[in-house]
Design a protein around this ligand. Sequence first.
Ligand code: SAH
Ligand code: AVI
Length: 320
Amino acid sequence: MTDTAATPAPALDARALADLRDGLSRPQKELPPKYFYDEHGSGLFEAITRLPEYYLTRTERALLGRWMPEWIGLSRPRALVELGAGGAGKTRIVLDAMTDTVGSAAYVPVDVSAGFLDAVAARLAGEYPTVDVLPLVADITADFALPDNLPRPTLHAFLGSTIGNFTPPEAVALLARVRRRMQPGDAFLMGVDLRKDPAVIEAAYNDAAGVTAEFNRNMLRVLNALAGADFDPYAFDHRAFYHRGLHRIEMHLDARTPQVVTIPGVGEVRVGAGESIRTEISCKHDRASVEAMLAAAGMRLAEWEMDTDGLYAILLAHGD
Ligand code: SAH
Ligand code: AVI
């Protein structure tokens, strides 16, 4: 990568530009998965959740439907803070159980995808007149402040197996930040995709309709818009494969031909023919690996439920 004296990009701060430079300077080039999600990318993710190959969302939805009334009945939360809320489709199951149990509630969906979040929050506010919907645009990998005086107890939620998009040490750091926000009586709800036949996982990230490939390429469009970069999305091929040793699927964008990309404030990035940029990891877990991450973050597993095929789990955890 070479330096350029280009104009700083308007929408990304110095730290974000430094992160991009760092990731693109590594032997295996990497970009952070949060850049998949502008309004178009969030819409593509919603389309992924409906694909026949992508078992995660429908399996988590069924588990939430089965267990939320009971779990909410036990902890009786009056506020829900959801990290990476996205379309909040499955959140309705949690909100239904909360409003059935305690009547009125507050809901804080936290997401980087600002436009999408606003639209989702407005729709939910219309659907749930007894829920105070307080959307928050924030990066969940950094510290952020919650609204003051949220009713308690609060349920902190992280659904969709988004925890898998972080390496175990990064995941522990994220969970520890959640733990620091938890007060006595609060609980943490999470969905986790489980280890299984790699062929099943690889099919979920290589769908026949090519929606995941478009989602992957969308990161380049987002960086063009946010950072003024000049990536050609169609100069890259989508590739996803399961790494058995690290228990994770990796998504890459492989350059078809040599690429020279300019990112103002970052520099000139050279990507060789056949060289890849890793855009996402999606770690798959088991009960032991989840318990280890929770313990390292100062939390204790209270409930754990899987579907009958052992594809996916939802869990409830408390502070120590
Ligand atoms: N929870 C939803 C959406 C999962 S997709 C579901 O289960 O279907 C992941 C969501 O996390 C997206 O909405 C994306 O915009 C958001 N996201 C990804 N990285 C983020 C980050 N660093 N900070 C905040 N939100 C993030
Ligand atoms: C948001 N996250 C949990 C999804 C996943 O499965 O890792 C994103 C995704 N990537 C490709 N398909 C879906």
